[in-house]
Design a protein around this ligand. Structure first.
Ligand SMILES: NC(=O)C1=CN([C@@H]2O[C@H](COP(=O)(O)OP(=O)(O)OC[C@H]3O[C@@H](n4cnc5c(N)ncnc54)[C@H](O)[C@@H]3O)[C@@H](O)[C@H]2O)C=CC1
Ligand SMILES: O=C(CO)COP(=O)(O)O
Length: 337
């Protein structure tokens, strides 16, 4: 794999914009694609994205366009930064424009409803490329903190280690430190499942519970994520890493997390519709992915009690207070069983 000089980032929401800034700060040519021309114009002319990252001044070498063909021309890497459940449709439209051989990079943290596929699987299928041409970026990377250049690290997962290293090089800055990993399955499951556990932590906060409850949900949430990972062939160590525990802690602890914030509203008594309205168009991936992850667990015979409870709150009108009582009232068992 040649080095990466030019990158297209498709999706100029919170993470697409913040990650494009990282790549531009790493000295690469980056073009962001925005659905709305007004957003593209603001990024290019004023170096701002006031809808998603209002406090951040974007680098001068970062431009945006609403023309996907222009964004994708000559790109060595294509970063997909749209919500999980829209990835298949978006990518199908971009497919004829994808430069041959480019590394396709998933940043979406979800599992597709219906197919139960991980995002890298959706990408390989729709783009008709081998799995080792697809990389995943996942870690404790709250967009607002990354936009403010606060130090953090991430994982670049790809079964082709040279592609992972090229991408690692292309997004290393003084505030953003990427590690490589060949465990794509584990990194993707870590990223998708933490959103669901983040919703549960938000619900606990909304109910007025404190840090013991959060720590319990983080730890038992990691246990059920790792069980699912083991069933799907992930490396267990991945869940102790940045794409596992790291992202889980960030999401479950931070008021900046959209999933945690969404859960907190539900815990305080908002309806799903009210929490969705308050999210202001920004995605809380766990609300949909709790259904696909729960189904994936069931398909593989994996017990996922927190995920199951979050699903019932989000989709079957279970009250968060009853959810808490039910989780505590489960049959007694050994910690590792
Ligand atoms: N925001 C964050 O801190 C991080 C988010 N992620 C992941 O990145 C992915 C994208 O998230 P964000 O950029 O945060 O989301 P966002 O809600 O802030 O932005 C989504 C972007 O996708 C575009 N889009 C294209 N087609 C769309 C459609 N059909 N429906 C809705 N939006 C569409 C929107 O216009 C918008 O620019 C998610 O899977 C998220 O979990 C990953 C790391 C950090
Ligand atoms: O993935 C994230 C941080 O790594 C962002 O989390 P939210 O989508 O909950 O804001």
């Amino acid at each position: 794999m040649e080095s990466i000089r030019r990158v297209a980032v498709l999706g100029s929401g919170s993470w697409g914009t913040a990650f494009a800034k990282v790549i531009a700060d790493a000295g690469r040519d980056v073009v962001l694609w925005s659905r709305r021309q007004t957003v593209a114009e603001e990024i290019t002319r004023l170096h701002r994205n006031s809808d998603y990252l209002p406090d951040v001044t974007l680098p001068m070498n970062l431009t945006a366009t609403s023309d996907a063909a222009a964004a994708l021309a000559d790109a060595d890497a294509v970063v997909l930064a749209v919500p999980s459940q829209t990835l298949r449709t978006n990518l199908a439209a971009w497919r004829p424009l994808l430069p041959a051989g480019a590394t396709l990079v998933s940043t979406a943290k979800g599992v597709e409803l219906g197919s139960l596929k991980r995002m890298s699987e959706v990408i390989a299928e729709v783009a008709e490329v081998p799995a080792d041409q697809v990389a995943v970026v996942s870690g404790p990377n709250l967009a607002k903190e990354v936009g403010a250049e606060q130090p953090t690290a991430t994982v670049i997962a790809c079964t082709d280690e040279r592609r992972a290293e090229a991408l690692q090089h292309a997004c290393s800055t003084r505030y953003f430190r990427p590690y490589t990993n060949v465990d794509v399955i584990g990194c993707e499951l870590g990223g998708a499942c933490k959103n669901v556990i983040g919703l549960a932590c938000g619900m606990a906060d909304g109910l007025g519970f404190g840090d013991n409850t959060t720590a319990t949900l983080i730890t038992r949430g990691l246990a059920e994520t790792a069980r699912l990972g083991a069933a799907l062939g992930a490396d267990p160590l991945t869940f102790a890493g940045l794409a596992g525990l790291g992202d889980l802690v960030a999401t479950c602890s931070s008021p900046l997390s959209r999933n945690r914030t969404f859960g907190a509203r539900i815990g305080r008594g908002d309806s799903i519709a009210e929490a969705q309205a308050a999210a202001n168009g920004q995605v809380a991936e766990g609300v949909k992915s709790c259904a696909s992850i729960r189904e994936l667990g069931a398909r593989h015979g994996v017990e996922m009690p927190i995920t199951d409870s979050v699903y019932r709150v989000c989709h079957e009108a279970l009250s968060p207070r009853v959810m808490a009582a039910e989780l505590l009232g489960r049959a007694r068992k050994a910690e590792w069983s």
